[in-house]
Design a protein around this ligand. Sequence first.
Ligand code: ARG
Length: 459
Amino acid sequence: MSSKLWGGRFTGVNDPLMEAFNASISFDKRMWRADITGSQAYAQALARSGIITADEAAQLVAGLERVADEWAAGTFELHPGDEDIHTANERRLTELLGDVAGKLHTGRSRNDQVATDTRLWLLGEIGVLRGHLRELIRIATDRAAAEIDLLMPGYTHLQPAQPTRWSHWLLSHAWPWQRDAQRLDELTQRVGSLPLGSGALAGNPFRVDRDFLAQALGFASVAPNSLDAVSDRDFVAEFLFWASLTMLHLSRWSEDLIIYSSREFGFVVVADAYSTGSSLMPQKKNPDSLELLRGKSGRVFGELAGFLMTAKGLPSSFNKDLQEDKEPLYDAVDTLCDSLQIAGGVLATLTVKPEKLAASLVPEMLSTDLAEYLVRKGIPFRETHHVAGAAVRLAEESGVPLSALSPAQLQSLHPAFGEDVAEVWSYERSVEQRDASGGSSRRAVQAQIASLRGWLAQG
Ligand code: ARG
């Protein structure tokens, strides 16, 4: 008899390259714990349905625990015929228990098994990723609170635009991360839909109690259609999209910091722990951590695009193409796990240079405030924008900073300018004017911090 689970109808042997091509054990062995846990619950469900005895179920559960111990101790020995983690665990269980092991797979298929294992494994990983993401948001929020006094230039099109708070910039990245955490929570609901008890496609003939299985395995719900349950990889696609968008956010944050850490800006210094040197130029200190975050985002986007292409033309139920969900999923989980921790480390150890931030503020960044000064005197904004533009031109032509124009010079541009125009030339005032909620005034930024802290307190 062939040693393969599906050997009954086969007489020939596989081409050895086909064996290797078909096998997923080299990567799916990392789901060993999920596979064991799923099988233990399934053995119990079989006993509850009366198709195996309670004693047989107890033997299966204990035997599976011995297999798990071998994986945990690193003593599990893979055999050449171990096609995937499901095959390997059942083969070993049979060696340990003999014939009774052959009852475990009653009414089950690797189709509902692999879908269950992958979801169960992913649920565990999501818990870890959620923790790293939350920590990153906490670090950003704490820094924003501690460094709320610092003002910096804000940019549009990477051109100096208006003064803002350093904390406001920090939080402008914390919010996308918080949305990423919310999105992760939402998709977790759908990952937690249980395929087990669907069989190969048509359902389970022994009336296993799927609600019992869902509860035993920590799933929130039971997949409502067996054919859908073995076909459905939406959860993989959704997770890969989540991973992609989270990497996009990390990448844009990285890009800001790469620019800010350049000599020309000098706003921040990336800690040595997250930098590397050059093999040729002794003076170099490069922000490799940030460049890798930016670079790895492309890799994760590729995993999403590749998986969508794998899945799009498949007929219903299981097709072996679906085995191709594992490597992109695993790699995305690993990449996100590292990336979120690296980002947290970079942010926690980053040095900010207040004097550099301050030195980069120039009076021209207050020309909007100059226009707004006239608006407060009742002049329509479109007109004040024009007047302020003329003031910028006059200052340029006179070779002086905008703030050095005298009240008389300004009055020559518009009679509504008074002596009190001097108050416009304060960066702090400019920022404090932006006090509507969501703005960069101290009060508005503190409200953001309080709101994020409230969210963090929920776990
Ligand atoms: N190793 C497979 C996977 O990762 C599960 C096997 C289901 N195979 C099958 N021929 N029905 O998707």
